[in-house]
Design a binder for this molecule. Structure first.
Ligand code: AMP
Ligand code: MG
Length: 484
């Protein structure tokens, strides 16, 4: 086997935080087959695209042909899952292969579906092809939309059957790239380990990777907290502007980097409804579209609790300092959200006007169950003087016209709107169709949808189906499934 001599994998996490890592290795794979490779990302990482496509390259992507001295590990973390605390989760089916240096800083190379680890608990350590292709495509879409996210380098089918409720499914490994895999849950685990030393090291490591200026702050852990509060507030605001529902915002699925992570039962809104829930396991609607800002703040409170002992010696003082930062969340969120909504509407208005315009509009969209994505593209036509498309979306043309008149008074810039309102998002019906075909061996629909979401703002000649709402009936009751 031709070992990848030229891939300089670093092992900073494994070496500096051994308390949060356990050595593990990828399971053998009977019939590896490269299904999709992200060539632009491979180049960004300094990887040789041609070599990755060879037999040895594919084995590297599976963690089965690593450079000399490689130290793959499963990472430890805890997490609040649907509000309940699990003291020890950790990578049950994932491996951190190491980090690579890029012009933008270190990037983790990580595998999902690579076999059992010391933290596998009741699972099988495996992943099915459909959900891994799902993560690949949705993360590419988010990246193209300008939303911070982990990236996907490749999906490799393994030939190992994976048993799920539906029966035996083709197995696969996703190769994920992230600016780190530090989670709120990583800090929760470090805090619960009762070794202050680990918490201090972890906090310093997080600042080194994500906010080096914070190392010079009077109170570095508090600077880290503030940085993450701001980053997460901006992230959730961006999710809302494209109708994204993460679906499983547990604290182990919330990053310190501010990148979206762990695409399980996520979905994009069809008709606008803040109560939208797609995940089959979210029966209480905890992670509904409109709840996401509050949930992010709740998760950040858990992050603050984990950091308390290193924010100040006196608990009361630490609580006060942490709370003061956390209270900024609504301000960070509203600034990002209103800024993004002003951009979607192509206007600049003072804050009170903007809040009123946005609130009224959302009420109208909800009342008529208007398709969220197409509405904003139709609105650019209204900005150019043609209201027919937006009129067709509503039961109440009079109310919509009143709103349109108020909005037009701000002289919306239609070209600017076209640059920020997507035509293509991974609509649930399209993704469902593409994944069914891919699981049955036909990658055509998947590749076409991937190309569409990688160019989110550009309509495709003859590709109108990628821009249109779900056929009547599809969207009602559509469900996604978690972690499969
Ligand atoms: P998720 O919500 O999908 O990020 O997963 C929550 C936890 O369950 C993580 O610790 C995962 O590593 C673990 N997990 C999910 N699926 C499996 C599986 N098939 N085998 C082992 N562990 C799993
Ligand atoms: Mg997870």
């Amino acid at each position: 086997m031709n070992a990848p001599e030229n891939i300089a994998l670093q092992h900073g996490f494994a070496e500096q935080l051994p308390e949060l890592a356990r050595k593990a290795s990828a399971a053998p794979v009977p019939a590896p087959q490269l299904i999709v490779l992200n060539e632009p990302l491979a180049r960004e990482l300094g990887l040789d695209v041609e070599w990755l496509r060879t037999e040895d390259g594919v084995l590297f992507l599976l963690g089965l042909n690593l450079p000399e001295g490689a130290m793959p590990v499963a990472q430890l973390y805890s997490g609040h899952q649907f509000g309940g605390y699990s003291p020890q989760l950790g990578d049950g089916r994932a491996l951190l292969l190491g980090e690579v240096e890029t012009p933008d800083g270190l990037r983790d190379i990580h595998l999902k579906g690579s076999g059992p680890t010391p933290f596998t608990r009741g699972g099988d350590g495996l992943a099915a092809l459909g959900p891994m292709l799902r993560e690949f495509l949705v993360s590419e879409s988010m990246h193209a939309l300008g939303i911070p996210t982990t990236r996907s380098l490749a999906v490799v089918a393994t030939g190992t059957p994976v048993l799920r409720e539906e029966g035996a499914l083709p197995g696969a490994v996703l190769v994920r790239v992230a600016s780190s895999h530090l989670r709120v849950g990583t800090f929760q685990y470090a805090r619960a380990s009762n070794q202050m030393r680990v918490l201090v090291k972890l906090s310093r490591y997080a600042l080194e990777r994500h906010h080096t200026e914070g190392l010079q702050a009077d109170n570095p852990p508090l600077a880290l907290f503030d940085h993450v509060v701001a980053a997460q507030a901006r992230l959730v605001a961006q999710w809302l502007t494209v109708g994204f529902v993460h679906g499983v915002m547990n604290t182990d699925n919330m990053t310190i980097s501010g990148e979206t992570i762990d695409y399980g039962p996520c979905a994009f809104l069809d008709a606008y409804d803040p109560g939208s829930v797609f995940s089959s396991i979210d029966t209480g609607g905890r992670y509904a579209y409109g709840n996401q800002p509050q949930i992010a703040q709740w998760n950040l409170a858990r992050f603050a609790e984990a950091l308390l002992p290193i924010i100040a010696d006196e608990e009361a003082e630490a609580v006060q300092a942490g709370s003061a930062v956390l209270e900024q969340f609504p301000a960070y969120f509203n600034e990002a959200w209103m800024g993004a909504m002003a951009a979607k509407l192509g206007i600049s208005a003072d804050l009170a006007d903007l809040v009123d315009l946005v609130t009224t509009l959302h009420g109208l969209l909800e009342a008529s169950r208007v398709d969220f994505t197409t509405f904003f593209r139709d609105l650019t036509r209204a900005a150019r003087g043609d209201r027919s498309a937006v009129h067709a979306t509503t039961h109440d043309v009079t109310a919509l016209d009143q709103w349109l008149d108020r909005w037009m008074a701000h002289s919306p810039d239609a070209d600017a709107m076209d640059a920020v309102n997507p035509v293509h998002v991974p609509r649930n019906h399209l993704l469902d169709e593409a994944l069914r075909a891919a699981t049955a061996g036909d990658l055509g629909p998947y590749e076409a949808l991937l190309a569409a979401v990688r160019a989110p703002f550009t309509p495709i000649e003859g590709g109108e189906r990628y821009a249109q709402p779900a056929p009547p009936g599809f969207a009602e009751g559509f469900q996604t499934f978690c972690g499969t």
